[in-house]
Design a protein around this ligand. Structure first.
Ligand SMILES: [Zn+2]
Length: 419
């Protein structure tokens, strides 16, 4: 027996209403900020627990704050399909980033529950407690643990007030030595599917509501320090200067040029400083960061190498010194071709040819892919594609469409399990 299709357009308004509802808890007046284990964070977790139960799930909150709902299969010993995303936010963030991936499955499970239907597999809704890495410089804390990748060194990382994660967890009566037990056994799992707002303008530009994500880009980050020679801004003639900031400017333009024009390749200098700079002093030192990403490690690494070579050449011609320190290297994560096909087929059945997009941003699916077959769908982002901002919006129709596609996907999976 296949689940009954819902009536027309009844998911969209409910998703929007729930997103507004969850956005009432924030640690910042007039802005949506929900960082790990803050009061607002705990409130959202408690509310999610209630919503999950009301939707017919058994709910629990694990020691790291992941809220997990289980909607049982109609048969015993069934496998489990994982759905979900994160409920923490960046500072002054948007109300759909992460939460959309919780609320879409939630309304579908509400529908299944109300119409008295169960599937031939369990559904677990994973509301991850921490993905953004705002309070602690970690990121993916919730999904890391469930994927069995929790790194105990994370416990010693500190927030802006110097409080280590270990202390925050111990104060919440968490046994920090037993976090390994949160890891799931892949043998029980069908896979993981995450819906997320696109956080970019591709769908908007293509006038398509939904994309199937092909893979998650991995980034390589460097800190680059350029050392020149400080001098008097009035007395040193231009031809005698070794201006560290001017050299850095040329390096940044070289990065921008090298990272332009290739499909998923992007390069960013997000930090740029002249330490102890003054208006009347030729910069003796300039420091900047680089972040280079692409859908494949090969494309990315080739760009990183070229940018570093360009920095060296520029430093030679300008008579400055350049030092590059790699501070982060995340591998690109391919997503499950099988699940991608199934999701794309569902969108097509509902009359939309989905875009196929790589994800330039990291997501919980990057962690979950190390555990089980994982896939993602992106929902069109309004306002030019802005996210991590209060200007982040989606339409009710797009939310509804994403829900229908995921519902069709569940139906097709149920069909297969019944066969
Ligand atoms: Zn997110």
């Amino acid at each position: 027996m296949l689940p009954n299709q819902p009536g027309a357009n009844n998911f969209g308004p409910r998703i929007m209403q729930l997103a507004d509802h969850l956005a009432q808890w924030s640690e910042q007046e007039g802005a949506l900020t929900v960082t790990y284990f803050s009061q607002a964070h705990k409130k959202v977790a408690a509310e999610l627990d209630l919503l999950l139960r009301a939707a017919g799930m058994e709910a629990r909150t694990d020691p790291l704050g992941n809220v997990i709902g289980r909607y049982a299969a109609r048969v015993p010993n069934a496998k489990t399909l994982l759905l979900g995303s994160h409920y923490d936010t960046v500072r002054d963030g948007g109300k759909y980033d992460g939460r959309l991936g919780i609320l879409v499955p939630l309304v579908l499970i509400e529908h299944l529950h109300r119409s008295g239907q169960q599937l031939p597999f369990n559904i677990e809704l994973l509301c991850f407690s921490e993905e953004e890495g705002v309070r602690f410089p970690i990121g993916y804390l919730g999904s890391q643990a469930i994927a069995g990748k929790f790194d105990p060194q994370n416990l010693d990382k500190t927030d802006d007030n110097g409080i280590p994660l270990r202390k925050v967890l111990e104060e919440a009566a968490v046994d920090v030595n037993s976090l390994g037990i949160l890891a799931r056994d892949a043998a029980d799992l069908i896979g993981y599917v995450e819906i997320h707002i696109e956080q970019g303008p591709s769908l908007l530009a293509a006038n398509v509501p939904l994309a199937v994500v092909t893979g998650i880009a991995g980034d390589v980050r460097h800190r680059i320090a350029v050392t020149g020679e400080a001098g008097h801004a009035g007395t040193v003639a231009m031809q005698f200067r070794h201006d560290a900031a001017a050299a850095a400017a040329e390096m940044i333009l070289a990065l921008e040029k090298r990272c332009s024009g290739q499909d998923s390749l992007v390069g960013t200098v997000g930090q740029l400083v002249v330490p102890n700079g003054a208006m009347n002093v030729i910069p003796g030192r300039c420091e900047f960061s680089t972040d280079i990403r692409a859908a494949t490690n090969e494309m990315r690494d080739a760009a990183v190498m070229d940018v570093l070579v360009a920095c060296n050449e520029i430093s030679r011609t300008r008579g400055v010194k350049v030092e590059a320190t790699e501070v982060l290297r995340m591998p690109a994560v391919p997503l499950s071709p099988f699940l991608q096909e199934r999701l794309a087929a569902s969108a097509k059945r509902l009359g939309v040819e989905p875009l196929l997009l790589p994800s330039g941003a990291g997501h919980d699916a990057a962690m979950m892919a190390s555990l089980c077959e994982s896939a993602m769908m992106f929902v069109r982002c309004g306002n030019g594609g802005v996210s991590h901002s209060p200007r982040e919006i989606i339409t009710e129709d797009d939310a509804d469409f994403a829900a229908r596609v995921l519902f069709d996907f569940l139906v097709s999976m149920a069909d297969e399990y019944d066969a």
